[in-house]
Design a protein. Structure first.
Lengths: 134, 339
């Protein structure tokens, strides 16, 4: 797949754009889920990266501000290792919203799996001659 | 950490004053944590190039700051299609008003002292400026609507009724070309201005040939003065209708009716020419041409206009018949669906 993408810049650009779109909603979910534990910006980014979900600093830090403005996070300035840091945590509203979002996410995931399974089984059930009709 | 201070200062220039210090303090803490983490991995302090690389990867100051700002668009994606539609619909009307205003201005100026060619040139040169102002005003209006929608939590895209959708038209085919319509409008407007300029600047119609005509034994009949204003009136009416047609973006009944009226006005212009009958008379100061020769010339032109008028009339009659037939069939089809 990588060979194909590298050889076709338009396709590669399209894939990047669609991947970004796909990730955007997932990132909010991941951040909210990760902030069930308290983190400040940098350690949150590291924790997400350790779980395989790397986020740019310039995306994550403004996102934290936005989620806090929406009331989903609470924050607190506190000194740690002789430096003031802003720690974020999921608010009670954030916890409720996260539960709803996770239910939605699981529903989408299940639907997608069903679609993919049904597609795979229909391909398998097709007679071998179909592929040679052209 | 001079470079870090410079970086944060640059970001701060683009941040809202209310949250600037807080945001910069947080960014500083996060960047310092990243730097310390990297130093811990390497077991030494970072050199300047490595620091610059970290900061460069963090992003250009104006881009980083822009992500902390709440609103990124003056006209949001919900309102933008309406903005584009309004611009497209009103552009032909603006051009029409501009042309009419310029034409009226030309008509009421003292032609003895005003260079009409220069006035037309100036009008064409000033048109982009007028369009730019129009675009600016429209944008400002839509910015206001966007602000109001956000401020009062309303949405204009929800306020519609499927019952208001137009009937399905027969022979919809391809939508009328906007570019073609505007081009036709501009050509018509230029032609009108050209005709308006001719009385005081005859060289516009004949070029260097005007001098040649002066030495000929024939001249235009004085009745041209009457025909001229009738033709100007019909062309102006055509121009107005063409501008309205540009605003109608589908082949509906109204567009077809306007199309027929525009053709009928064209027929009117031909009719005026036919009614004239005599186009050239002997020029003053010259020995008159033989009466038969001049009469034959006028008769030939007259017959030419009559033939063209006849063909155009037949074409218009055919178009009207087709229109009435299509409308009748459409109405019957609709009534059957309703029943």
């Amino acid at each position: 797949m990588d060979i194909v993408l590298q050889s076709d810049p338009v396709q590669s650009e399209l894939f990047d754009s669609l991947r970004l779109e796909l990730r955007r909603g997932c990132l909010v979910l991941a951040v909210l889920a990760q902030l069930r534990e308290e983190h400040y910006g940098y350690t949150l980014r590291k924790a997400l990266a350790d779980h395989g979900l790397a986020i740019e600093e310039s995306t994550l830090y403004p996102l934290l501000r936005r989620l806090e403005t929406q009331g989903l996070l609470t924050s607190e300035w506190r000194e740690e290792e002789k430096r003031n840091k802003r720690f974020y945590r999921l608010s009670p509203l954030g916890e409720r919203i996260l539960d709803q979002l996770l239910a939605e996410w699981n529903g989408i995931n299940d639907s997608l799996h069903r679609i993919l399974r049904s597609h795979a089984s229909s391909v398998e059930s097709q007679p071998a001659t179909v592929g040679h009709q052209e | 950490m001079d470079i870090l201070d410079r970086y944060l200062q640059a970001i701060g220039e683009y941040l809202p004053a209310a949250s600037k210090d807080d945001t910069l303090a947080e960014l500083r803490a996060n960047l310092l944590a990243l730097i310390e983490d990297r130093e811990e991995q390497l077991g030494r302090r970072l050199n300047e190039d490595e620091l610059i690389e970290i900061i460069r990867n963090h992003g250009r100051p104006i881009v980083v700051a822009s992500r902390y700002r709440p609103q990124q668009s003056l006209i949001g994606p919900e309102l933008f299609p309406f903005y584009l539609l309004a611009l497209r619909r009103s552009l032909p009307l603006v051009i029409l008003f501009y042309v009419c205003a310029q034409a009226v201005s030309l008509l009421f100026q003292d032609h003895g002292r005003v260079d009409i060619g220069a006035a037309i040139g100036a009008a064409v040169v000033h048109l982009p400026g007028t369009l730019f102002v129009f675009w600016g005003v429209m944008t400002a209006v839509f910015m206001g609507i966007e602000w109001a929608c956000r401020h009062y939590g309303t949405s204009i895209s929800q306020q519609w009724n499927p019952r208001d959708l137009p009937r399905v038209e027969k022979n919809q085919g391809k939508a009328p070309s906007l570019v073609g319509g505007i081009a036709d409008l501009i050509v018509s407007a230029v032609m009108l201005l050209w005709l308006l300029a001719i009385p005081t600047r005859p060289f516009l119609i004949l070029g260097p040939g005007v001098e040649y005509l002066k030495n000929q034994q024939i001249g235009f009949t004085p009745q041209w003065h009457t025909f001229y204003w009738q033709i100007i009136g019909l062309l102006t009416a055509q121009l107005v209708l063409k501008a309205v047609m540009v605003g109608i973006r589908r082949f509906g009944t109204w567009r077809k009716v306007l199309d027929l009226v525009v053709h009928a006005l064209g027929l009117g212009i031909l009719a005026v020419m036919v009614r004239a009958q005599i186009y050239f008379v002997p020029a003053q100061g010259f020995k008159p041409l033989p009466h038969e020769a001049l009469a034959a010339l006028n008769q030939a032109i007259y017959l030419g206009f009559r033939v063209v008028l006849l063909i155009a009339t037949l074409k218009l009659i055919w178009d009207v018949v087709v229109f009435v037939r299509d409308t009748w069939v459409g109405l019957r089809a609709t009534s059957r669906v309703v029943v």
